[in-house]
Ligand binder design. Structure first.
Ligand SMILES: Cc1cc2nc3c(=O)[nH]c(=O)nc-3n(C[C@H](O)[C@H](O)[C@H](O)COP(=O)(O)OP(=O)(O)OC[C@H]3O[C@@H](n4cnc5c(N)ncnc54)[C@H](O)[C@@H]3O)c2cc1C
Length: 415
């Protein structure tokens, strides 16, 4: 697929999802929804519930932070090409649509009621609760995120890792670790490795980047990342697959792995991941070894608690944990909720899509796109092979398209 076609396909899918509005809006909706988490998935859900349901649905969104900082593009903060403020989004468009905004931490979920309890006191009751809290980390013993920042949740951690990199001594060593799947943004660590290799070459002559991957091989976009790791960046970057982190000595900047001990000047340790804590505490994370929440992908209702829905990275589906997919899951869920309030069944054949751009250098990117369609036999979203494609190599044009795609996605999610 040509990159222009990709952009058209991406925009088309966003538009097609919006066109579901007509069908959803004609239902007689009369329900109360509490959304926990106003990130890529939760913010999109609240926005589309109101765009499609208007006054017939009462929506309250709770997030611990008043604004959202995008993880997408945040690796460019490490190389000084982006600022965190350029990645910060307000929820004022939600307020304008009539969403009740609560800035607080949800500390408990009663899946049967359903209701949520706030750290600041009080309980919010609803007809349906939607959980979109993203991920929690499962760090190895000895981990200290001040010494070995993960920077896998954009914000202070990103700033800290950027400072560590800036202070890297001449001919120093950087280690980046990749957790076992499933984790947030499958290509993310590989694209960060490429970006850092390019930045080190230009800014820290003689420095080396060691990439320790807990997975047996590169898990996504193998052609492009292999060409980058073993060709383009081989003078700076060494890739070691099958390396898991058993424990760390944070003070000594040392990692104890299944293949021996590694010491470095800067460590970007991306820990193993699981659903946000409230999902686990509510007993809903029973898939992937008790890490993520199984859902019915026609509505994203938890398989354990039908009045509670789980969208975004916390859910266990066959789709990647990605912001673009969180946006798509939110629209399927919003449509299903409005139909349920109107007394009708969810769309029996939902389709989602995801586009992904990966930085291969500081100015060039590759891309990958996938479409998923509901498969009634497996009750899962199945990748549609004919609709999936990847770029053959990388280019400056793709890097520019990445910015267009990002702006479209964020504007669709945050208004
Ligand atoms: C470096 C990096 C690059 C990435 N690049 C891409 C990319 O190119 N394309 C792509 O599609 N995806 C990318 N991703 C992945 C994407 O960022 C995530 O998949 C997406 O953010 C998941 O959305 P979410 O809504 O599930 O979680 P989030 O976006 O993390 O939102 C969760 C929200 O819940 C709130 N919250 C959590 N718990 C509570 C609580 N108890 N009470 C109140 N509020 C709570 C948080 O404050 C947060 O606002 C990238 C990720 C990283 C780290």
């Amino acid at each position: 697929m040509h990159r222009r076609q990709l952009l058209r396909a991406t925009g088309g899918a966003l538009l097609a999802a919006s066109l579901g509005v007509g069908r959803a809006a004609t239902a007689t909706a009369n329900g109360r929804v509490v959304v926990v988490g106003g990130g890529m998935a939760g913010n999109t859900l609240a926005r589309y519930l109101k765009l499609w349901g208007r006054r017939r649905v009462d929506v309250t969104l709770v997030d611990r932070a008043p604004t959202y900082v995008s993880n997408i593009m945040s690796s460019l903060v490490l190389t000084g090409q982006r600022s965190l403020s350029s990645l910060t989004y307000s929820r004022s468009a939600l307020a304008a649509l009539g969403v009740n905004l609560v800035v607080d931490e949800v500390v408990a979920v009663d899946a049967a009621a359903p209701s949520v309890t706030l750290a600041g006191g009080g309980t919010l009751q609803a007809d349906r609760v939607v959980l979109a809290p993203g991920i929690a980390f499962e760090p190895p013993p000895g981990y200290d995120d001040n010494r070995m920042p993960h920077a896998w949740q954009a914000g202070p951690q990103t700033t800290l890792l950027a400072q560590h990199l800036a202070a890297l001594p001449a001919s120093g060593t950087v280690v980046l670790t990749i957790p076992p799947t499933p984790y947030r943004c499958p290509p993310g660590p590989y694209e960060r490795a490429c970006l850092l290799a390019d930045w080190l070459r230009a800014n820290k002559p003689g420095a080396r980047l060691l990439v320790l991957d807990a997975n047996p091989d590169i898990i996504v976009e193998q052609d492009n990342f292999s060409a980058a790791f073993y060709g383009l960046h081989a003078d700076v970057l060494e890739y070691r697959p099958g390396v898991s982190i058993d424990s760390v000595d944070a003070a000594g900047m040392t990692l104890h792995t299944n293949q021996g001990q590694v010491t470095a000047d800067v460590v970007n340790l991306i820990p193993r991941q699981r659903a946000g804590r409230i999902v686990t505490d509510a007993g809903l994370a029973t898939a992937n070894g008790g890490r993520f929440a199984p859902v019915d992908v026609l509505s994203y209702a938890s398989t354990a608690a039908p009045a509670v829905h789980v969208i975004g990275d916390s859910s266990a589906t066959t789709q990647p944990k990605a912001g673009h997919i969180g946006n798509q899951e939110a629209k399927v869920c919003a449509d299903a909720l409005l139909r349920a309030f109107g007394g009708t069944a969810p769309d029996p054949a939902p389709v989602t899509n995801s586009a992904c751009f990966s930085t291969i250098t500081m100015t060039q990117a590759s891309w990958l796109t996938a479409v998923f369609q509901y498969d009634a036999a497996t009750r899962a979203m199945a990748a549609v092979p004919a609709s999936s494609a990847a770029s053959n190599g990388w280019s400056r044009g793709n890097f520019e398209d990445m910015d267009t795609w990002f702006r479209a996605l964020m504007s669709d999610s945050f208004g």
